[in-house]
Design a binder for this molecule. Structure first.
Ligand SMILES: NC(=O)c1ccc[n+]([C@@H]2O[C@H](COP(=O)([O-])OP(=O)(O)OC[C@H]3O[C@@H](n4cnc5c(N)ncnc54)[C@H](O)[C@@H]3O)[C@@H](O)[C@H]2O)c1
Ligand SMILES: [Zn+2]
Length: 325
């Protein structure tokens, strides 16, 4: 499976990851938000350790009625799912398949599904970590009014989050490109296993993103299956590939969540992809303060009223504890 194929609009998502900060425009007017509180006189991250970082987050959120969370791959690394551009992602060797490549050629689809079929095992074994659980606690306490996630692993839901907007879709669902039927990935997994008994005992090394390493010779004879609803349709994981757009209706639902919120909390995203960055930009433009908790630089750092370079699991747990969530 190739989680790295999942991303935002084509025009804004290069096939080769941008270096963090690449392509950033000059900071927009109102950066940081007119209501952004001065925190320690700095937005720099080096100043904060775990304890004072959690305290700074408490101060950031205190008095604000609700915050919206925008999460990224960094929130799931502690569950063993590598990210795309962080430390775990740097070793990632393969180039994501584009939507155009996927739809153009059945050989590409064989390759995709063969590798994905093996990689899926690793994804189904992943469990929510303390960061996901803390976000759920903050939601239940009312401090977080909603979650927009760029992740496709379903771990917010597995952690009991009442509701999330899955910006880039979900790997546990499959969509038919012909009739539009949506079905469970578990069902497809059974069918692919049945059609490819020789794959049962293959243990391939798995790339950082869960895309199993298989030489082309092994994927060429992988048997893919058609949609069960229309019998002929091409099946694709229900995620947004490189070269695809996030549906406009879904983007609008995110704006509807962000616009009335009192703060935006970015968790574990490099914000390299415009698909996520646009919400930070929109919040900052509207004077809604943005806080970013991320190890390593992000493309939204100039927008942030508070910037913490800290590990998410411990930081979010400390935050939820301090709020008694
Ligand atoms: N889990 C998943 O579903 C998954 C995994 C990989 C990629 N993707 C997809 O690829 C794209 C990646 O963009 P992105 O911005 O979400 O991810 P990204 O890989 O670009 O950035 C992740 C950031 O999180 C940081 N990070 C990693 N572990 C952390 C931790 N424990 N604590 C704090 N920070 C940590 C990294 O240093 C990095 O800066 C998204 O569009 C997403 O759909 C999804
Ligand atoms: Zn169909």
């Amino acid at each position: 499976m190739d989680i790295g194929t999942v991303t935002g609009p084509a025009e804004q998502t290069p096939r080769t990851p941008l270096a963090p900060g690449a392509g950033i425009k000059e900071p927009e007017a109102g950066v940081g938000g007119r209501n952004a509180p001065p925190i320690g006189g700095t937005t720099g991250s080096a100043a904060y350790g775990l304890e004072d970082g959690a305290e700074a987050l408490v101060r950031f959120l205190a008095g604000r009625r609700s915050a919206v969370v925008l999460s990224g791959a960094g929130l799931s690394t502690e569950s063993g799912i590598p990210d795309y551009r962080g430390v775990t992602g740097r070793l990632r060797p393969s180039v994501p398949m584009t939507f155009q490549d996927f739809t153009a050629d059945e050989a590409n689809r064989r390759r995709y599904w063969a590798r994905s079929h093996l990689g899926w095992r690793a994804i189904t074994q992943a469990r929510p970590n303390t960061g996901h659980l803390a976000v759920t606690r903050l939601m239940r306490s009312g401090l977080v009014s909603g979650v927009i996630t760029q992740n496709v692993d379903g771990l917010h839901s597995a952690a009991g989050a009442p509701e999330t907007i899955d910006l880039h879709g979900r790997l546990d669902r499959v969509v038919c490109l012909d009739c539009g039927d949506r079905s469970a990935r578990a069902r497809l997994d059974e069918r692919l296993a049945h059609a490819n008994p020789g794959f049962r005992d293959i243990t391939a090394a798995t790339n950082a993103d869960g895309d199993a390493e298989l030489p082309a010779a092994r994927t060429a004879d992988f048997r893919i299956v058609a949609c069960e609803a229309c019998r002929v349709g091409t099946l694709k994981p229900d995620v947004v590939f490189f070269g695809e757009n996030v549906p406009a209706e879904r983007v609008q639902r995110c704006y509807d969540l962000v616009d009335p919120s009192f703060a935006l909390l970015v968790l574990g995203s490099s914000l390299t992809v415009m698909s996520g960055l646009r919400f930070a930009r929109r919040a900052a433009r509207q004077g809604t303060p943005v806080a970013i908790v991320n190890q390593g630089p992000t493309r939204g750092d100039a927008l942030a009223a508070l910037r913490l370079d800290l590990p998410l699991g411990q930081t979010l747990t400390a935050l939820a504890d301090r709020f008694g969530a």
